[in-house]
Design a protein around this ligand. Structure first.
Ligand code: FAD
Ligand code: SF4
Length: 399
């Protein structure tokens, strides 16, 4: 091949680490600009070009049906369920369904590699994206690295390796950019396994969150904002520390979340083939959203390793969401005894299953809508997708 035959993007220059990205402070460090695929950034970047309709059609052969209440919230899907691995993977974020699917796809030769994120040698939460080619390498990527992670920084390696069948694991902003450049990767088949994602932070932001919220920040190995309205921190010795959401020091934490995440409306990873999270499932279970036939094919590979049950929905989130809007806006922090009491009451009578997922989506979308309106008013109309406008429109917002 002579140089004139190279696809145009291969001539583009990746940006140097630390240099300012096209999305400026809204950059989520998805990794695309660390590669020559920066050539497509204006179209691909989730923060420069909101294009859910077009990419849903490309990925799932149709747009989401906004008149179907479940699709409005959870995106295009064929089915949803709650699931647990019969034998959970020790050290996984939940029961390890994500890692199990990836391992199964490698073992059966369905894909040659898996884009996933391990941690650096020095830092258990330091993200290190890799293309895993063995089950051991996938296992080394289990558990969330709760920081912005440049997963797409390995895209040049995909094209250069000549790999034809790939599984990519990632969060919404990474997947939006990936879907836009998908056709340029030289693949025969791309499988996309997504997780929901919200309130992500830079590594420095993570440190501040741990230090303001946990009693022992240096021993935290894993944490999650749980359906019982508490943050559960797992420590090195296996102990679990629980801090009620309502006791979080919101005044100190307001600036901790990355601006990209404060302006994101893709909580449920709309463009993945299959999504594995937890928030639409009963406590202790994972939540699975099958978006299309490719997602179904992936789930079928592990179905015999799972206990499953139908999704359920209980309670009414609306009053709690409406009350949380001014409380967050004004950075209110309750005294710990009151926060604990409120947590117990809400856990007993509060939203469960899909209604809890709606509670979390509503709370974040209203907050993010206000953030974009106040900080990027010129972006508001085009950046906020129609489904989010409808969800936010159910609530009374401050100016
Ligand atoms: P594991 O088998 O432990 O595998 C985890 C996988 O996540 C690994 O393959 C790894 O490559 C990938 N990963 C780890 N860190 C990152 C990262 N920073 N970026 C991209 N990929 C990564 N679910 C909800 O229902 N609600 C939420 O609010 C929510 N927030 C999340 C926030 C973040 C930053 C992440 C990464 C995930 C979030 N999830 C959320 C998903 C959930 O926490 C679990 O990751 C998911 O249920 C899979 O669990 P598992 O045990 O099957 O995963
Ligand atoms: Fe580039 Fe990704 Fe940042 Fe957008 S979010 S500027 S595509 S690295």
């Amino acid at each position: 091949m002579t140089s004139v035959d190279f696809p145009k993007h291969q001539k583009a220059k990746a940006l140097k680490p630390g240099s300012r990205r096209p999305a400026k402070e809204l950059c989520s460090e998805c990794g695309l600009c660390d590669t020559y695929y920066i050539h497509y950034v204006k179209e691909a970047c989730a923060f420069l070009n909101q294009q859910f309709d077009k990419l849903e059609e490309q990925s799932h052969s149709r747009k989401r049906n906004l008149d179907n209440p479940n699709e409005l919230y959870f995106g295009v899907h064929q089915e949803m369920m709650a699931a647990q691995k019969k034998q959970p993977i020790p050290g996984a974020q939940w029961t390890g369904i994500v890692s199990t699917i990836a391992i199964e796809m490698l073992n059966r030769g369905i894909v040659e590699g898996v884009v996933c994120v391990q941690n650096t040698k020095e830092d258990r939460f330091g993200p290190m994206p890799v293309i895993a080619r063995t089950p051991e390498e996938v296992m080394a990527a289990r558990v969330n690295k709760p920081t912005l992670s440049p997963n797409l920084s390995i895209l040049e390696q995909v094209e250069q390796s000549g790999m034809k069948r790939l599984l990519a694991i990632g969060v919404g902003c990474q997947i939006q950019a990936l879907r836009t450049v998908e056709k340029q990767l030289g693949l025969e088949k791309l499988y996309v396994l997504g997780t929901p994602c919200v309130d992500n932070v830079t590594r420095a932001g993570l440190q501040k969150f741990l230090e303001t919220t946990s009693k022992s920040p240096e021993t935290v190995v894993h944490y999650e904002f749980m359906q019982d309205f508490r943050v559960h921190f797992k420590h090195e010795d296996g102990s679990i520390e629980k801090v009620p959401f309502f006791g979080l020091k919101t005044n100190q934490l307001k600036d901790v979340f990355a601006p990209s995440c404060m302006s994101c409306f893709d909580y449920v990873n709309s463009l993945a083939d299959l999504v594995v999270g937890y928030m639409g499932a009963p406590f202790g279970w994972q939540w699975i959203v099958v978006r299309n036939d490719t997602g179904k094919e992936m789930l079928e590979l592990v179905k015999d390793q799972l206990n499953t049950q139908p999704v359920m929905s209980k309670g009414d989130r609306k009053a709690a969401v409406q009350q949380s809007i001014p409380a967050y806006d004004q950075g209110v922090t309750l005294p710990m005894w009151a926060a604990k009491m409120m947590g117990v009451v809400i856990e007993k009578i509060g939203p469960k299953g899909l209604e809890y997922a709606r509670f979390s989506i509503d709370s974040h979308f209203t907050r993010n809508f206000l953030y974009v309106k106040r900080n990027y008013p010129q972006k508001l109309a085009a950046h906020v997708p129609e489904f989010a406008k409808r969800i936010v429109g159910q609530y009374k917002l401050p100016d």
